[in-house]
Design a protein around this ligand. Structure first.
Ligand SMILES: [Zn+2]
Length: 251
């Protein structure tokens, strides 16, 4: 598959800046300068990095121990499974500080006669958005270990790791966060009333932070089938792992 790569010069150090179609926020591999492609202007938000702490051997060890523990795994999975693919990627995340105050009114139908009920939800979040459009990464299951972040620095990134750029602009990220928070508050309100008749939310947004975080994508084979596993390279935790069905009758 041919990859189309575009090239411009970094406005900070003059090195070639390569990016793929669709990428909007691009970081220079030589000096770490981050630029918004559409305007060629410097990226003004904070750009941070969370460092990978595990090498391939340690990742293998974590996988074997994950395979060998827990109730739902087939017996002998750790011995029989074969790791087929193991790739470290630094994914571009956005953290959007957002306070949302919702006021809602609805009909509570769980009693007779039904009554009209009102309520409010006031919450603050650091809402996480992945800056990639098509990705199998389970964002909602990931607790980004933000305490360990440092200013972005290419020298701290493993040689073999892939670093992905954001395909979403700051504006798109903020819209997305707002929509997701609204959907979340609708869900919360629907726990309280059966039919919403009024729903209004006011938002207060803080400055977004752009963070690259290390994620291992692993594929393993077990009994001629492939399974995916996603591991947090900063904490060594399995974020999501496919488990083969149990081998009933083989004990
Ligand atoms: Zn540069």
């Amino acid at each position: 598959m041919a990859k189309v790569v575009e090239e411009i010069r970094c406005s900070n150090c003059g090195a070639p800046l390569t990016f793929k179609p669709g990428e909007i926020v691009v970081t220079c591999r030589y000096c770490g300068f981050t630029v918004v492609i559409s305007t060629r202007e410097a990226f003004i938000l904070e750009h941070s990095l969370i460092i990978n702490k595990y090498n391939e051997l340690e990742v293998d060890r974590i996988l074997k121990s994950w395979m060998g523990s827990g109730f739902l795994k087939p017996r002998g999975l750790a011995e029989k499974a074969k790791i087929i693919e193991k790739e470290l990627e630094y994914l571009p995340f956005w953290i959007v500080p957002i306070s949302a105050s919702t006021h809602y009114k609805g009909i509570f139908e769980r009693i007779t006669p039904p009554i009209v009920k009102e309520g409010s939800i006031n919450k603050s979040y650091n809402w996480l958005i992945l800056g990639r459009k098509a990705s199998k990464f389970p964002t909602r299951e990931y607790q980004i270990p933000i305490e360990g972040k440092i200013p972005f620095d290419f020298r701290q990134i493993d040689r073999n790791a892939k670093v992905l750029n954001s395909e979403l602009s700051e504006r798109e990220v903020i819209d997305e966060a707002r929509q997701e928070v609204e959907a979340h508050h609708k869900f919360l309100a629907s726990q309280d009333v059966d039919r919403l008749i009024e729903f209004k939310t006011d938002y207060n947004l803080g400055k977004a932070v752009y963070v690259h975080a290390p994620i291992w994508f692993i594929v393993y084979e077990y009994k001629r089938k492939y399974y995916n596993l996603v591991l947090d390279g900063a904490t060594g935790q399995v974020i999501k792992g496919d488990i083969p069905p149990m081998d009933f009758g083989l004990f």
